[in-house]
Design a protein around this ligand. Structure first.
Ligand SMILES: Cc1cc2nc3c(=O)[nH]c(=O)nc-3n(C[C@H](O)[C@H](O)[C@H](O)COP(=O)(O)O)c2cc1C
Length: 388
């Protein structure tokens, strides 16, 4: 195994081993990708305050997210088509997460189905749910998650319409991939990936095909997705979803203070400050810059989590010190998965935990649950002063 010391190492191997279509699908933001870039570069604007001669022994990264014990407050975010990044990808990532002691969130648009992931893991995972028009499908999705013993539902509220990623359109992204001269030529150079895919039967959208009305074969899936998402979603509809699911509920995709306040009223257990990794509204604020105002408004009333742009344990440390109780990584673990399967996801989590732990020590702290802004140097204009 090559010596892996950071997430970028995994990304380089991932880029070599994964078909271009799926690499591009992961490594893109919408339109000009400004928000996608800001998500990571804004973390770099926050500096850490080093302390010395403070007892740094007996440190702990253990915490809780929505009342569940975690070995560090870093969950795996829901990522569609994970089973195309690596054969049986969702099962492999879920296994790595459960061994590491962090939550795995399964996307509605996964390749391995809810039932399949449940059968091949031993601990409860979280189920991400898109807000679709079809009530029957929604209720069945929640029921299936319950039957599979999922311990939380994550409802993604920032995808009523789909942000455009130029590369996906140009590549003709699909699952399974369309066989064009270009895609076949590229896939032939990805031997390990290809052998993995030949060895699995999981190549379609496992939660949709055979479960959504009118989608018995995968070729009708693209028309189903175009029709299925609910452009008319409002807070009453989100309240209906709250009634369909009686377990812990997390609302994902909040970036504006007013929406965070609304989320309080629907009875969610947590919100995720997120701009979908820069894949939805290009030109939106980065998640880390949106966090302080949301913390001020609702931080003492609801658990606040954050994703979008986290590539290191230092990023996690900054989000926690700003008040987030939990964080999620999307691309950072997909790089690991595409590079080395389950072992790569484990490696990504190890890298992040080590960076988190050592950076925390440098800041003179021993416990991730007691971090505060005192360890950070945040530029005065970090949040931005916007004209009314
Ligand atoms: C390839 C890819 C697919 C994604 N698919 C989903 C999805 O199916 N459901 C969802 O709620 N979010 C999805 N997301 C967003 C992630 O859950 C998460 O918000 C984002 O990846 C966080 O940003 P990061 O990648 O910079 O960590 C996806 C993100 C990526 C990169």
């Amino acid at each position: 195994m090559p010596v892996i010391t950071c997430i970028d190492d995994l990304k380089r191997i991932y880029a070599r081993r994964t078909p271009r279509m799926f690499y591009d699908y992961c490594e893109s933001g919408s339109w000009t990708e400004q928000t996608f870039r800001d998500n990571t570069s804004d973390f770099n604007k926050i500096l850490l305050r080093q302390r010395i001669a403070v007892d740094m022994s007996n440190r702990s990264t253990a915490s809780q997210m929505i009342g569940q014990d975690v070995s560090m407050p870093v969950a795996l975010a829901p990522v569609g088509l994970t089973g195309m990044q690596h054969a049986d990808g969702e099962i492999k990532a879920a296994r790595a997460a459960e061994k590491f002691g962090v939550p795995f969130t399964l996307s509605t648009m996964s390749i391995c189905s809810i039932e399949d992931v449940a059968e091949n893991t031993t601990k409860p995972f979280w189920m991400q749910v898109y807000t679709l028009k079809d009530d029957d499908f929604m209720q069945r999705l929640f029921d299936r998650a319950k039957a599979a013993k999922c311990s939380a539902a994550v409802i993604t509220v920032d995808l009523q319409v789909l942000g455009q990623r130029h590369k996906d359109l140009k590549n003709g992204l699909s699952a399974p991939p369309k066989l064009t001269v270009k895609s076949v030529a590229n896939m032939m150079t990805k031997v390990q990936w290809g052998l993995g895919m030949l060895g699995t039967k999981r190549r379609f959208f496992g939660n949709i095909v055979g479960h959504a009305k009118g989608v018995s074969d995968p070729t009708s899936l693209s028309s189903w997705t175009a029709e299925a998402f609910d452009e008319a979603l409002d807070w009453d509809r989100i309240r209906q979803f709250r009634k369909m699911w009686d377990g812990p509920l997390i609302l994902k995709g909040i970036i504006d203070v007013r929406d965070a306040v609304q989320a309080l009223n629907v009875g969610a257990d947590a919100i995720i400050v997120s701009n979908h990794g820069g894949r939805q509204l290009d030109g939106a604020l980065s998640a880390i810059r949106a966090l302080p105002a949301i913390m001020d408004a609702v931080g003492d009333k609801i658990e606040v989590h954050l994703d979008s742009g986290i590539r290191s344990g230092q990023d996690v440390l900054k989000a926690l010190a700003m008040g987030a109780k939990g964080t999620y990584v999307g691309r950072a673990y997909i790089y690991g998965l595409g590079a080395m399967g389950e072992a790569g996801v484990t490696k990504a989590l190890e890298v992040i935990q080590k960076e988190l732990d050592i950076s925390m020590a440098f800041c003179g702290r021993r416990d991730v649950t007691t971090l505060d802004r005192d360890i950070l140097m945040v530029p005065e204009d970090f949040e931005g002063r916007w004209a009314k």
